[in-house]
Write a protein that binds this ligand. Structure first.
Ligand code: NAD
Length: 360
């Protein structure tokens, strides 16, 4: 069988750090085409990850017109996710788009429509679902062991780790700050664990408190206050149709010791599960409270060439398998759309001071 031809659009941090190294390990695919508005980045990617005859483009539209690729990975800033993904779907390609799905919920909706219209597969790069603790916790949730999950926390809190590269601080390019950047991962995980996508209402607040302080302690180096025009923290309260509550906390810079990222804590009628401090399952048995810490990695885990498979590799493999086997990708566009809708509702609620009611 011939290999699936993959094009990478946007050859920056996530393409080099996650997408391309993981695709390179899969025998079923070849990266044939690389595109970046900064040509040297596409050229470097082609040299590192492309085979003989790999081609380079600066303009994705020309690429889609000229090249016959099967799969497109969209790794550009949030603003162009929808535009490029829709064009690639229309050109007959399956699309993996980096998170968040899009800059706005309306754009995310258009992406869902485009996938339906074209019959091509679309998935979003919510790689945290593919961690061992996430997969285990998902199994626990799926088994019904926790009973009805009616309270959850989605954690995305950093003390000082404002991304200072690329356009992360630019509202026009990204659509927001930590909420749309890392809150999106935590919320995706939490909704997926709960398997509950029926939102009733959303309230939120966003803060622009520390962005004026050009912190020396920032993990990614000091930022330029004048360029920091997205929020530095955002918090939301989401009420689901069945009455469940989700608290979403997100920050790139917060004076707290309670930091943790891309984690969920769940409370159900029969037990709880918490990804913080290692995965812990809690509840009551035989009249006593218990907390167990599953030994992740001991058996039952997929191995790859004798090595433990990383989250990123698992994400890429399962995505490509969903294309080859014509099955639903683990991250469905409909699920990712709900994440985008909730994030947008938190921004809207913060702006208006009112709750946003879904389905009205
Ligand atoms: N899954 C994750 O955990 C994760 C982590 C980091 C970033 N991301 C996502 O990946 C996306 C990119 O982030 P990054 O850190 O790689 O940023 P980056 O700035 O390092 O890379 C983006 C690249 O896209 C290029 N580009 C911009 N517009 C383009 C266009 N129209 N056509 C072609 N190339 C274009 C830029 O020149 C740059 O090289 C963002 O949406 C971000 O949210 C996801």
């Amino acid at each position: 069988m011939s290999k699936l031809k993959v094009a990478i659009i946007g050859c920056g941090g996530i393409a080099n750090g996650k997408q391309m190294p993981s695709l390179a390990k899969l025998e079923e695919v070849e990266m044939t085409t690389f595109c970046d508005i900064v040509k040297s980045r596409a050229e470097k990617a082609a040299q590192t990850f492309g085979g003989e005859g790999a081609v380079v483009y600066e303009d994705y539209q020309t690429l889609l017109k000229k090249e016959n690729v099967d799969v497109v990975h969209v790794c550009t800033p949030n603003k162009s996710h929808a535009e490029i993904s829709i064009a690639a779907l229309e050109a007959g390609c399956h699309v993996m788009c980096e998170k968040p799905m899009a800059k706005t919920a309306e754009e995310a909706r258009e992406m869902v429509e485009a996938a339906k219209r074209t019959g091509k597969k679309l998935t979003i790069g919510y790689n945290n679902r593919f961690r061992e603790d996430s997969l285990y916790m998902k199994d626990v949730c799926r088994s019904g062991e926790l009973g009805e999950i009616y309270y959850a926390k989605a954690h995305a809190i950093r003390r000082r780790a404002v991304p200072t590269w690329g356009v992360f601080l630019n509202e026009e390019q990204q659509g927001g700050g930590p909420l749309i950047d890392i809150g999106t991962h935590a919320l995706d995980l939490t909704l997926w664990m709960m398997d509950n996508y029926e939102v009733k209402s959303v309230m939120g607040n966003v803060y622009y408190k520390l962005s004026a302080q050009e912190s020396e302690a920032n993990a990614f180096g000091p930022w330029e206050a004048s360029e920091f025009n997205v929020e530095d923290s955002a918090f939301g309260m989401i009420t689901m149709q069945n009455g469940a509550t989700i608290i979403l906390e997100s920050s790139w810079a917060l004076n707290t010791l309670d930091e943790d990222e891309a984690k969920s804590s769940l409370s159900g009628t029969m037990g709880g599960a918490d990804m913080r401090d290692g995965l812990r399952i809690n509840g009551e048995k035989h009249g006593k409270l218990f907390t167990t810490k599953p030994e992740l990695g001991a058996g039952g885990v997929a191995f790859f060439d004798g090595e433990k498979e990383s989250d990123a590799d698992r994400e890429a493999r399962l995505w490509i398998e969903s294309i080859l086997n014509d099955t639903e990708p683990v991250v469905s566009p409909a699920q990712a759309l709900v994440v985008s809708e909730v994030l947008e509702a938190i921004y809207e609620s913060a702006r208006t001071g009112k709750a946003v009611y879904f389905g009205e």
